[in-house]
Design a protein around this ligand. Structure first.
Ligand code: FAD
Length: 475
């Protein structure tokens, strides 16, 4: 039997939560060991098969569309084509590999010990590291045995599979969707959440005909209807078919295609496609590394129950990222990593799940931070809203992207902006300023009196504040 190694801070999982926790813990003077099983590897889902490669494909789709059709600027249409193999190579080598190497470099710079293996918990005080590959739960000699002063769990999440849509062949999850060998002529996307909608948009721009099959009455559930409408209109313009209130029933494959059967209002329909990507949600990785051998408590959604610093019910065990409640987003995981590492060092840190911005990289993009009007009302907060359309913004018009708006949600006395929303060009970038406003507790006057550079896409934020004060300028 292997010797038991006693460690200071041990982090399980090298995704956005884990690697950031490891760096912060090292910065705060802890001796840190990070265990990563290599599937997907350092950088986690986000860098390897999530946020980053999806944005690379989205960018490639935008470039292709720009080259193909900039006639509005008087630039002649070209018959541009895409070598998708090269796109995929660029995405992997120049984006994903480069960024994941960067994570490894940062960890080494901070003297974090990296163990390449899968951590399996034995009990509240001990784990074993097994080599990546088939699990050998019963074999105690199969690697290192480790105990800790503090253990931070950051094992992330994986895609949910639905009956009759097993991930194999032409039925793929989002990882398969990111790594397709060719641009499909016909792509079915089951699930119109943010992952499905982003990739549907990317492939439509790259040349696919895409059908989104969504069970709910609308895609992009969670965002306000008037925001979703802006995106839906644009999707339809691109030729994306959106079927809502639809239940995916089964998939049948042959060598070249997959036939998807779905039901709407009790009537069955079929659609034949090159690939069917299922993106109906993700589940926390809390069931596959021996967590049940510990006393760590989970909620009904199989997420680890934590306090606002990431502390579980077991002393010395912390949890962050997609395995804990709150939106499953990389920037939330980053923050929770820093919070937990800080708390271990005795700092007065805390997570704030209301202030987490949500961004969706659709065409146009959507962003939201804090409360929307409905949530504020539910919480008994009396709010008013003010919004400014990009159609009145010179920068958006000169980019030929005048759709959408910025909206501020503020208390009736205008003393507190409790939420902000944006649908339109570069909403993802505007989300930073909107977050600062909401998380900084700014009031309407603060924003109205902040001079914004002209002409920029940020001006609608100031204009919305002017509207809230009753002094609109450009509307
Ligand atoms: P993960 O990133 O899942 O990392 C967990 C790591 O732990 C993995 O590397 C895994 O190998 C390792 N691991 C698991 N179990 C063990 C074990 N027992 N032993 C050792 N290692 C283990 N979020 C955004 O904020 N913005 C976006 O634009 C965005 N786009 C996305 C697009 C797609 C297609 C997908 C799928 C996700 C996207 N996300 C996005 C979500 C984001 O990727 C996740 O919220 C984030 O990666 C969660 O970080 P994490 O550290 O909790 O876990």
């Amino acid at each position: 039997m292997a010797d038991v190694e006693q460690k200071d801070t041990v982090v399980v999982g090298g995704g956005p939560g884990g690697y950031v926790a490891a760096i912060r813990a090292a910065e705060l003077g802890q001796k840190v060991t990070l265990i990563e099983k290599g599937d997907p590897g350092l950088g986690g889902v986000c860098l390897n098969v999530g946020c980053v490669p999806s944005k690379a494909l989205i960018a490639a789709g935008h470039r292709l569309q720009e080259v193909k059709d900039s006639s509005v600027y008087g630039i002649s249409k070209t018959d541009a084509t895409i070598d998708f193999k090269q796109t995929q190579e660029w995405k992997q080598k120049k984006v994903v590999d480069r960024m994941t190497r960067g994570v490894e470099m940062l960890l080494k710079k901070h003297k974090v010990e990296i163990i390449n293996g899968e951590a399996i918990l034995d009990n509240d005080h001990q784990l074993r590291v097994i080599k990546p590959g088939p699990k050998q739960f019963m074999d105690n000699d199969n690697g290192r045995t480790i105990t800790w002063k503090n253990l931070i769990l950051a094992t992330g999440s994986r895609p949910v599979e639905i009956p009759n849509f097993k991930f194999e062949g032409r039925v793929i999850d989002s990882t398969g969707g990111l790594n397709l060998p060719e641009v499909p002529k016909e792509l079915v996307v089951i699930g119109g959440g943010y992952i499905g909608s982003e990739l549907a948009g990317a492939y439509a721009n790259l040349g696919s005909h895409v059908t989104i099959i969504e069970g709910l009455p609308s895609i992009l559930n969670g965002f306000d209807d008037d925001m979703v409408k802006v995106v839906e209109k644009n999707m339809k313009k691109k030729g994306i078919d959106i079927v809502t209130g639809a239940m995916a029933k089964k998939s049948e494959q042959d060598d070249d295609s997959v036939t998807v059967t779905y039901e709407v209002d009790g009537k069955e329909h079929t659609i034949k496609a090159d690939y069917c990507m299922v993106s109906v949600g993700r589940k926390p990785n809390t069931d596959n590394f021996g967590l049940d051998m510990t006393s760590v408590k989970l909620n009904d959604h199989h997420q680890v129950i934590v306090d606002e610093q990431g502390r579980t019910n077991v002393e010395g065990i912390w949890a962050i990222g997609d395995i804990v409640p709150g939106p499953a987003l990389a920037h939330k995981a980053f923050f929770e990593g820093k919070t937990a590492a800080g708390a271990i060092a005795g700092k007065n840190t805390a997570n704030d799940w209301v202030g987490v911005p949500a961004v969706c990289f659709t065409d146009p993009e959507m962003a939201e931070v804090g409360m929307n009007a409905a949530t504020a009302k539910e919480k008994g907060i009396e709010v008013a809203t003010a919004q400014f359309p990009f159609a009145g913004n010179a920068r958006a018009v000169s980019l030929d992207e005048p759709e959408g708006f910025v909206r501020l949600i503020y208390t009736k006395d205008k003393k507190n902006i409790v939420g902000a929303q944006c649908v339109g060009p570069e909403a993802s970038t505007l989300a930073g300023e909107l977050s600062l406003i909401v998380n900084g507790g700014m009031n309407v006057e603060d924003v109205a009196l902040t001079i914004h550079p002209h002409p920029t896409l940020n001006e609608p934020i100031q204009e919305a504040a002017d509207i809230a004060l009753g002094f609109p300028t450009h509307i």
